[in-house]
Design a protein around this ligand. Structure first.
Ligand code: NDP
Ligand code: 2IT
Length: 445
């Protein structure tokens, strides 16, 4: 980076947020993309927009006490980082995973700000979570935890203030318990969460939206290099919400998905993944992916989730978590002829792995753009809730597809406009400029 101002910003953010590794990684990546923006818009530097955008508007950390099935009191830590409301109410998921800490919630919230701007919908950015591990917990323990979590969080939310949704470890079941508790405390039925069940205001296609949107976006990007999902061999990490519906849409477009994973290991099926089996194991029985190899005799299970990147593929879709593709994994992908990495997860590829992939001509579809279909459809759920009218699946899906195509178009246009080398920089720039302009027009906020 040669811009002195941007270098100074990197130093400031490091000094103010020491030890927040994931957060610093996410911020540094964005800052490093911004040189052409600051060259074009000196007013952003003058108004110190960057330093303001990096600082979350509000960070809430709270105790979550709950009672387990043995009658013992347990304590977890809850978070909500309300990052930026320049273009709409705070919007972003809630993650329940033992690894959750402030750095992770801040990196997710920061990324969410630009992702939400890319959707073209009026959505600010935020993120929340808890270091609660849903694995091995009973249904009632999950419910009591969600109720306790919401008993603190409700005071910070509202359909025009902050609208959470799911993320890792938070799906329709948890959103249901969170929504029920919010409604009970506030005596108010509003669209205060998205990803709700269809029986109480959820949107059709929200469950599928992140995975479908990822494939719609990657499909657009592939057209530009004369490739497509048809006949392509695809590897997808994870086997949760995003991975499952990315698999479904990739298969619909003619791809052969040969491997999927969870945090313990991965399965390889030379005949192509049977998605009904995955849904039965993961969504219905909540079991480990290992079970797949018991059902499909040609399939093999391998311990260790990172091994999945050694499986030869044309298209890799990391859909599990942050920093799951390291430089070594990128080397293996390149060696095996992979031509596209589409980020379904948030920040799944490390900076050095992205650099290597780009240097070798691999198309990288960055998470902020490629996985924006989930939050975009959450935005559509908010619209339906406000109108008090549900839309058909076809209506939601066609809007989702149009949004993903538009995000691609905007990013491709930025590549031309600023003379950029990749969609990674383009997504950062398009999202940043939109939020920065709104902040500039609203004065010192
Ligand atoms: P789920 O909880 O449904 O699934 C997560 C999957 O990733 C599981 O297979 C899980 O395995 C695996 N995983 C989680 N943590 C790790 C880890 N530390 N190491 C290896 N594997 C891990 O979550 P989602 O599918 O909703 O989210 C996946 C990713 O997509 C996340 O990065 C999320 O932020 C991002 N995302 C989600 C959106 C959504 O709408 N849900 C929207 C946009 C992005 P295991 O079961 O073993 O834990
Ligand atoms: O990372 C994400 O975009 C999400 N977890 C979805 C957020 C949302 O509000 O739907």
């Amino acid at each position: 980076m040669s811009n002195v101002y941007l270098e100074k910003m990197c130093e400031i953010v490091k000094a103010r947020n020491p030890h927040e590794e994931e957060f610093l990684q996410a911020v540094t990546e964005v800052i490093e993309s911004l040189e052409p923006v600051f060259a074009r818009y000196p007013e952003f530097e003058e108004a110190n927009i960057l330093e303001r955008i990096i600082e979350p508007e509000r960070q809430i950390i709270f105790r979550v006490s709950w009672v387990d099935d043995q009658g013992k009191v347990r304590v977890n830590r809850g978070y909500r980082v309300q990052y930026n409301s320049a273009i709409g109410p705070y919007k972003g998921g809630i993650r329940f995973h033992p690894s959750v800490n402030l750095s992770i919630v801040k990196f997710l919230g920061f990324s969410q700000v630009f992702k939400n701007a890319l959707t073209g919908l009026p959505l600010g950015g935020g993120k929340g979570g808890a270091d609660f591990d849903p694995k091995g917990k009973s249904e009632m323990e999950i419910m009591r935890f969600c109720q306790s979590f919401m008993t603190e969080l409700y005071r910070h939310l509202g359909p025009d203030t902050d609208v959470p949704a799911g993320d890792i470890g938070v799906g329709a079941r948890e959103v249901g318990y969170l929504f029920g508790q919010y409604k009970r405390i506030c005596n108010e039925f509003t669209g205060v969460l998205t990803g709700k069940g269809l029986s109480y205001g959820g949107s059709l296609v929200r469950k599928e939206a992140t995975g479908f949107g990822l494939v719609y976006f990657v499909n657009e990007a592939l057209k530009a290099i004369n490739k497509s999902f048809d006949q392509a061999t695809v590897v997808i990490s994870g086997s949760g919400n995003v991975a499952t519906y990315a698999c479904q849409k990739a298969q619909e477009l003619g791809a052969k998905v040969v491997a999927m994973s969870d945090s313990n290991g991965y399965i390889y099926d030379p005949n192509g993944i049977n998605l009904d089996t995955i849904k039965e194991i993961k969504e219905v029985k909540r079991q480990r992916i290992k079970e797949y190899a018991q059902i499909h005799k040609d399939a093999r299970y391998y311990e260790g989730s990172r091994g999945i990147w050694q499986v030869p593929c044309h298209i890799a879709l990391p859909c599990a978590t942050q920093n799951e593709i390291y430089e070594e994994d990128a080397k293996a992908l390149i060696k095996n002829g992979c031509y596209c990495v589409g980020e379904g997860a948030n920040m799944p590829t490390t900076p050095s792995a992205i650099k290597l992939l780009l240097e070798h001509g691999v198309l990288v579809a960055p998470g902020k753009a490629a996985n924006a279909g989930g939050v975009a459809t959450s935005g559509l759920e908010m619209t339906q809730n406000s109108q008090r009218l549900p839309w058909s699946a076809e209506e939601v899906d066609s809007r989702l597809r149009a949004i993903m195509c538009n995000i691609y178009k905007d990013c491709a246009a930025a590549i031309d406009e600023y003379g950029l080398g990749s969609l990674v920089e383009a997504a950062n720039i398009v999202g940043f400029v939109k939020v920065a302009r709104a902040m500039l027009e609203q004065g010192v906020i």
